[in-house]
Design a protein around this ligand. Structure first.
Ligand SMILES: [Zn+2]
Length: 281
């Protein structure tokens, strides 16, 4: 298992941490021996709250997740970057007649302008990566420094959905370079930071390298389960709770990436990712 080093607390444990109380408001297990047992068998959620039992965890999660089940369909984000074809023109990589030729090809094939320009032999993958990097204000990551094993830090379903690949860890594992191909997804990046407990740096990798690492990543599907998101937050919470109980998880982190729910169950020396994919609108 390829993992980040666990955060080490410099301070000793406070009494409140050693004897936590259940954060579920409806908990009726907060006194007596039940809670003593709960302290040994409960769940730490998102590093900031603790629940004494699977029942309390499920009930609280059901409430927390409900907001993601009533979101209006999101409008397409407004494109704020200059289109690829115009940027190639501005860089002097192509001429105006060449751009027109590529646009005609795009009309007949429906492919992206970048791949049309490549088909015409006018630019290469490095040109595309350089332009995408300029569009999103981040660097092109050197292909030689990509660590394929880093890709195991994220569940494959999210890697594929957002075309994002963790490629390199620095600062004793506290900073992670996450590579994209076409567009940087900041909401996915934020979820990665919160789930992995590290900082992230967005970067761009050349598409052939991306595809190569993606193939590597596809060979390891252990440690993750991807299902369609259930209709209700309560049902989603129930499934998470059930997995938490079955795996003997000590803690878990749960975040939404747009309408997808990503839960990571932290077990002794390993983890299990559950991804609940948003139904297509
Ligand atoms: Zn409780």
């Amino acid at each position: 298992m390829y993992g980040l080093p666990e955060k080490k607390s410099k301070r000793g444990l406070a009494w409140g941490q050693m004897l936590p109380s259940c954060q579920f408001k409806g908990c009726n297990n907060s006194r007596g021996l039940g809670s003593m047992w709960g302290r040994m068998s409960g769940y730490q959620l998102n590093d900031d709250s603790w629940f004494c039992s699977t029942e309390c965890l499920e009930a609280a999660l059901g409430q927390q997740l409900s907001m993601y089940f009533h979101l209006e369909p999101r409008p397409q984000p407004v494109r704020t970057t200059m289109p690829m074809g115009l940027m190639m023109l501005a860089r002097g990589a192509i001429t105006d007649p060449q751009l027109r030729e590529a646009l005609r090809l795009q009309q007949s094939t429906g492919e992206r302008i970048g791949s049309c320009l490549m088909q015409l032999g006018l630019i290469n993958e490095e040109d595309i990566a350089a332009v995408v990097a300029t569009q999103w204000g981040c660097p092109v990551f050197p292909a030689d420094s990509v660590e394929p094993a880093c890709s195991l830090l994220l569940p494959l379903s999210l890697v594929e959905r957002y075309c994002m690949l963790p490629v390199h860890l620095v600062a004793q594992g506290r900073r992670l370079f996450v590579a994209f191909c076409e567009r940087v997804n900041h909401s996915a990046l934020m979820a990665v930071e919160q789930m992995l407990g590290c900082e992230t740096e967005a970067c761009i990798v050349l598409e052939p390298k991306f595809r190569q690492v993606l193939e590597f990543r596809k060979h390891d599907l252990a440690g993750e389960v991807t299902v369609h998101r259930p209709e209700s937050s309560q049902e989603t919470a129930r499934i998470i709770g059930s997995y938490a109980q079955q795996t003997g998880a000590e803690g878990l982190r749960v975040r939404a990436v747009e309408g997808n729910i990503w839960a990571r169950l932290l077990c002794h020396n390993s983890h299990l990712d559950l991804v609940f994919e948003e139904p297509p609108s």
